[in-house]
Design a protein. Structure first.
Length: 371
């Protein structure tokens, strides 16, 4: 028995074995765990949080197509969304069809985790993956200090943008930008999300996403020390403007903050480790959308992990990389190119912004700034 400096006992139990260890119980992790369990794999899924999905760090929009991929209870859906409006100073609002829903993200995540458990996965909450002793031995630590050695044939890192598992691979982590948002009261109902593009949101944007009588209002951008305001200050200024424009009313009801990946990792397979969702940088580098890709890539990761474990052939894991890149690679690569162009040319905002946002046809040109 080892003791930590505070004197509290840290017990390390006997080894527990599984085919697939999933780290993180967000959309990517839970979908991966469910898929692997349905393939017959012995699955353990761990999450450092006490309750899946809490705290919420999301604007809470999902595309309608996602309902074809996962079962969502009616109480998860807050309101339907018809379109996305892009507001650019000096231009008429650009409206783009974007059928979908604003959801209760905590309940959405909890539903996916419950489906994984029903499929046979074992869920351990308040439990972090803290050490990789060798390729197959992972040390888990419960918030009480109890430690567990797990022998896993395959490890899936789905533990978010600051992934511990990604750190084990030596590949680093995806490039990240900060995002902050507030829950606010709407002055009047809305049936579309709104995106605000302006020079002050450097290489990012502001948003107002309705959720019934309330909304999520936030900003995500690439800070430049000594030049841009802090995220908190920029959010405060944005909220003041929304209130002056008659879109929202009253004080903020709560705040959230997090990190957005803006570039996928070059590889998501490292020996017996797979990375999925935000840990892999599967989030769209321009819009920040990531729930649909997390679910899709998580499912792929779970299936290939289970098959590799069953057949004792880790080379099968490369099929995961091939499959998700076939589906999302071209879209993400275009977005990465646009982001790099946007960040290096932000000083020419008026001349480049239409090439750097998905609602404008210039975004889909082979050359930025040309149609």
């Amino acid at each position: 028995m080892a003791r930590n400096p505070s004197g509290d006992a840290e017990r390390e139990t006997e080894d527990s074995a599984c085919d697939v260890l999933v780290v993180g119980a967000g959309p990517a992790g839970s979908t991966a765990a469910c898929a692997a369990a349905r393939e017959g794999a012995r699955v353990v899924m761990v999450d450092r949080r006490r309750l899946v999905g809490v705290p919420v760090q999301c604007a809470e929009y999902i595309p309608a197509l996602l309902l074809n991929e996962v079962r969502v209870d009616p109480d998860v859906l807050v309101q339907p969304i018809r379109a996305m409006k892009t507001l650019l100073s000096g231009s008429r609002p650009e409206e783009m069809a974007a059928p979908g829903y604003i959801i209760r993200r905590d309940r959405f995540d909890q539903g996916l985790a419950a489906s994984a458990e029903q499929a046979g996965a074992r869920l351990l909450l308040s439990t972090a993956a803290v050490e990789r002793r060798d390729a197959h031995t992972i040390i888990l630590k419960h918030r009480t200090g109890r430690r567990l050695r797990v022998k896993a044939a395959v490890v899936i890192g789905a533990d978010g943008p600051r992934s511990t598992v990604a750190g084990w691979t030596g590949a680093g982590r995806p490039s990240l930008i900060p995002a902050v948002q507030a829950r606010v009261a709407l002055a009047q109902p809305m049936d579309a999300t709104e995106v605000f593009l302006e020079p002050g949101f450097r290489a990012g944007y502001g948003w107002l996403f309705p959720r019934g009588g309330e909304a999520n209002a936030g900003v995500g951008f690439r800070p430049l020390p000594g030049v841009t305001p802090s995220p908190a200050r920029l959010l405060r200024l944005f909220l003041e403007r929304l209130e002056a424009d008659g879109k929202i009313t009253g004080a903020a009801l709560g705040y959230q903050a997090g990190w957005l990946p803006v570039e996928p990792l070059r590889s998501t397979v490292y020996g017996n480790i797979l990375l999925a969702g935000d840990a892999a940088g599967h989030t769209h580098p321009i819009t920040g959308a990531g729930i649909f890709s997390a679910v899709a890539c998580g499912r792929m990761a779970g299936r290939w992990a289970a098959r590799a474990a069953r057949e004792r052939d880790l080379s099968l894991l490369e099929r995961y990389e091939d499959e998700w890149r076939d589906l999302f690679g071209e879209t993400l690569e275009r977005a990465v190119r646009r982001r790099r162009f946007m960040e290096s040319n932000w000083g020419r905002f008026d001349g480049i912004i239409r090439s750097c946002w998905v609602a404008y046809r210039e975004y889909y040109s082979d050359k930025p700034g040309e149609v």
